[in-house]
Design a protein around this ligand. Sequence first.
Ligand code: NDP
Length: 402
Amino acid sequence: MLATLGGKLSLGGPRVTVFCGGHRLKGRPRLRRELGTSPRRSTVMPAWVIDRYGPNQVLRFNKNVMFPIIHYPNEVIIKVHAASLNPLDITMRSGYGAASLNMSRDPLHIRTKGNEFPLVLGRDLSGVIMECGLDVKYFKPGDEVWAAIPPWKQGTLSEFVVASGNEVSLKPKSLSHTEAAALPFVTLTAWSALINTCGLQKDNCAGKRVLILGAAGGVGTVAIQLLKAWGAHVTAVCSQDSSALVRSLGADHVIDYKSENTEEQLKKLELFDLILDNVGGSTENWALKFLKPWSGAKYVTLITPLLLNTDRLGLADGMLQTGITMATKTMKHLCKGKHYRWSFFAPSGLSLDEITQLVDEGKIRPVIDEVFAFADVPKAFEKLERGHSRGKTVIAVIQEHK
Ligand SMILES: NC(=O)C1=CN([C@@H]2O[C@H](COP(=O)(O)OP(=O)(O)OC[C@H]3O[C@@H](n4cnc5c(N)ncnc54)[C@H](OP(=O)(O)O)[C@@H]3O)[C@@H](O)[C@H]2O)C=CC1
């Protein structure tokens, strides 16, 4: 298998990865010390898993999950100190994305029905590198790192996880593991929406008027800070009790969608260059009228039917249906001079490197709603499922003493 990778070169500044075959490991002695194992003994680790899709009761603590293995020479094994939950974990627990996300969970891409189980949920991590594949040059065992693991891989609600070196970044020095674990997935989602989908960045954002719907959640709290760091004017739509929070993050104007009529409030304001929709549902039926027409203004939503379609219709028909829906909506709004876009989380260690810098400069801070012990993962799921998040729900896999 590794021979097929021979000679593939992926470039990325100092993160040059050469796939040249073989997967000898660096850092094994450290890992063995940590685990107290002999070199030849196969080992297991504790993790929260599901063995079938369903409600919270399907979450099961398992002390004997197989220890992750490095399959590719650019992979690393990380000891997870803290993880966090996202709405995606709730929906994946119930089977969302089962048709498409499980395609590549097996490293050989061989899929038989149900081979995703036992499935470990959780996307975010902050932890310490234990082992590096032979071609990992950017990290070494002992480095403190953070990452968001894509949903087609085993997740982070476990003691150890394997990740591609391209998904990992050195953790901001100014944050503890518990704080750091609150940021990767939501920040990369906001980053992908603002930079990849909208073409915004620090050089072209000053003075742009941005409306954020669902501003008090994980993605919203980071999007406000990124946009303010780049000089945008931010209007945040959230519940009244989050008003002080979003203002403290830099929001210039706050609309309480529960006690005020959002549309009436927005009519009193200037039109926007960008609307970031973290809420979905009927929002796009009314919100697009608040974009400046014929000016390149964009409406970006994170709520898309892609995985629902592939779950319902299968991969090919689901993708086709999704393409038709997207093209229809895009054309409909383009006729009125407005750009309508879908945006998705994109794993990227390189982007996390830039985010690390913003965090250490004090421009982005984690907003933590509640921290749960590793033993209380089901309670954390219940809390997130109730909604009304004010930032992130974090899992302290190892208790920290700051
Ligand atoms: N496409 C992609 O790749 C990704 C999509 N997502 C999706 O984006 C959405 C947001 O994610 P995330 O921020 O992590 O979720 P959270 O659960 O952290 O936050 C959602 C926030 O929205 C608020 N809210 C709910 N309804 C409204 C409303 N009508 N107007 C304004 N605010 C509202 C909630 O609080 P309250 O109800 O109290 O107002 C809560 O603060 C989720 O649906 C998630 O699945 C997230 C990441 C990646």
